[in-house]
Design a binder for this molecule. Sequence first.
Ligand code: TYD
Length: 210
Amino acid sequence: MSGIFITLEGGDGAGKSTQAELLGQWLEGRGLEVVRTREPGGTRLGAELRRVLLHGGDEIGAVDARAEALLYAADRAQHVANVVRPALERDAVVVQDRYIDSSLAYQGAGRVLDVAEVRRISEWAAGGLWPHVTILLDLDPKTGAGRRRARGGSADRLESEADEFHAAVRDGFRALAKADPHRYFTVDAALPIDEIHTRIVGRVSGFLTR
Ligand code: TYD
């Protein structure tokens, strides 16, 4: 496998999709095949799981923390097997919104589950595949929530969680980045869009000359 696997992480409203789009365009401009994808929901099965996880509402009742972690892991297994690995095998660059680190931050740090256990099931689901680089768009959750409100639309199940949950998720991401500075690249998501993009490109360029 010789493609490049890049993931973007961060809280809700941190600007991951915008930056993933810009990075994808930049990589395509360098003549590379880019696969833009996301979790949850990057496959047909995943789209069903995403609907249940984020918009299940009263119809599914309260979701147990372990059940939630396993549903994200199921989405991941299907996605890695059907989208990510095949792309990497044909030397494409995968630019993905959210991956294992989201499970560690949301189901682990944000909930009651042990981060090491969430890591174990997620790693198993992904067949041990880790990204070459993970970009953390770090933002105060209050700013992220304000941006989401400004975009309009209603909050999904996770977005509706209490402020403490989102603060714990942010701390979780920061701790992960600190523990793995080789893989993680943290950018202040309050910076202007262009500036964030420039920093991300600076980091990713290093991989293109391997
Ligand atoms: P999404 O609309 O993709 O969020 P965003 O636009 O903020 O990236 O929704 C994904 C939600 O699912 C988000 O609130 C984070 C959550 N999530 C987990 O809790 N665990 C996971 O493993 C993943 C991939 C996402």
